[in-house]
Design a protein around this ligand. Structure first.
Ligand SMILES: Cc1ncc(COP(=O)(O)O)c(C=O)c1O
Length: 421
């Protein structure tokens, strides 16, 4: 297929103040979840036009912005959220942290399914709440995750549990909850007086054309009252630094309460890029989106095939979504253990986590070894708690040759690890 959008050409990120690329010249970062692919030409044009307007004063969120969000959901997720459910915040995590402050009390439990995006822990812990982990069950034969319902219910039932954050689809496990899973979570939450926040930032990236994820507010009444849905074009369109998140809340009282919190926390006003980039993404970039999906899907297949062929002790988890392959190194560490201290996998699973103070795991030792021996940077699975201590995560929304380079580096380090351990 012709490379219409220039995905095979590296965008210049080294030495350009990108968080992910703040590494030595011979190192290759495959860590932070943004893309090394150019975003859609429509977004670029919208931002040029904005800059050319030479006026950068205070902005409102126009109706056109919310209509663009609505149109995207109608076209891609068979769901047409009413415009009045929507409000704006300057990012998914700023919104989540604000919701935690506004809707829960210091000392409350914020429940989450682990292993999970580590910043959820920070959002709770930095605000004096307890991140409470409910570990996903992992089937090491099929390499798939599922929800441990008995554990979820036990922890929801605790008087101090007032919020549950669901990552839908789930980073890093790639799990896409079924509608019935989400309905069960919401029913339990209603029963125990818990608010459910569904972070759907990865919702547009599913790898099977025949599947879709379930926007949580597409569940029927009465399963909407205690639910908040967070969406953003940031992952799908590689525009995280435009800082835009749409918050959907069906219940008018809950919405008013949440929006007061956003105002109080000063996260309700857009910067000059947020509105034009989001409209151009959601309304005008379907073609780019389709090509990006098939390009990144091929990258994921390349990772899976190469691991199976060349690094059989590392097995990718079966992921239905996200561009963040989650790689099970349990067999590698069983055959070639790390140092005795760090190979002890901490069990955070049933405790209230001191998120910012996690112990060293064998995944940290392995990722440091990879960096040292081949210059490749990947995330240690221990960052995400749950059973992550024997996993690593690699972001692959990048030019194909970069994935090839990453896999060649990983292979070098893998061989050396096997030789030396
Ligand atoms: C699950 C999840 N939520 C939120 C974010 C970040 O969202 P934002 O940049 O809008 O705060 C990420 C980024 O990796 C993520 O993986």
């Amino acid at each position: 297929m012709a490379d219409v959008f220039g995905f095979d050409n590296p965008v210049k990120r080294r030495h350009h103040n990108w968080a992910k690329w703040d590494v030595a010249d011979d190192e290759l970062p495959m860590t932070i979840a943004d893309m090394d692919l150019p975003t859609s030409p429509q977004i670029v044009q919208a931002l040029y036009d904005k800059v050319a307007s030479a006026t950068y004063g205070y902005e409102d969120i126009p109706q056109e912005y919310y209509e663009a969000v609505q149109g995207w959901f109608t076209r891609h997720h068979r769901f047409t959220p009413p415009l009045e459910w929507m409000s704006f915040a300057t990012g998914v995590i700023p919104a989540l942290s604000s919701l935690i402050r506004t809707l829960t009390t210091v000392g409350d439990n914020v429940l989450m399914l682990t292993p999970v995006y580590n910043i959820f822990f920070n959002s709770a812990a930095n605000n004096g709440r307890h991140p409470l982990a409910s570990p996903l069950d992992y089937d090491s034969a099929s390499h798939t995750y599922s929800i441990n319902w008995a554990d979820v219910e036990k922890k929801m039932a605790l008087a101090r549990t007032t919020m549950m954050v669901v990552c839908n689809p789930h980073n890093p496990s790639g799990l896409v909850p079924e509608p019935e899973d989400l309905a069960h979570i919401v029913r339990l939450a209603r029963q125990y007086g818990v608010i459910v926040v569904s972070d759907e930032v990865h919702g547009d990236m599913l790898w099977d054309n025949t599947l879709d994820y379930t926007p949580i507010l597409s569940l029927p009444e009465p399963l909407r009252g205690n639910v908040i849905e967070l969406i953003s074009p940031s992952k799908t369109f590689n525009c995280a630094a435009t800082h835009a998140c749409t918050v959907l809340i069906a219940d008018p009282n809950l919405r008013a309460h949440a929006v007061r919190g956003f105002n109080n926390d000063e996260i309700a006003e857009p910067n000059l890029t947020a509105v034009p980039a989001s409209i151009a993404a959601y309304r005008d970039s379907d073609e780019w989106y389709a090509v990006m999906l098939s390009y990144v899907r091929a990258n994921i297949e390349l990772v899976n095939d190469t691991l199976a062929r060349e690094m059989p002790l590392i097995t990718p988890v079966k992921m239905a979504a996200t561009y963040l392959p989650w790689l099970d190194c349990t067999d590698l560490f069983a055959a070639h253990p790390g140092s005795p201290v760090s190979s002890v996998s901490p069990d955070y699973q049933s405790t209230e986590v001191e998120a910012l103070d996690r112990p060293h795991t064998v995944s940290d030792e392995f990722t440091a070894f990879i960096r040292q021996t081949s210059g490749l940077l990947v995330n240690p699975g221990g960052e995400y708690f749950g059973n992550g201590a024997t996993f690593i995560r690699m972001a692959v929304a990048c030019p194909r040759h970069q994935v090839e380079d990453a896999l060649a580096r990983l292979k070098r380090s893998y061989d050396l690890w096997c030789e030396q351990h």
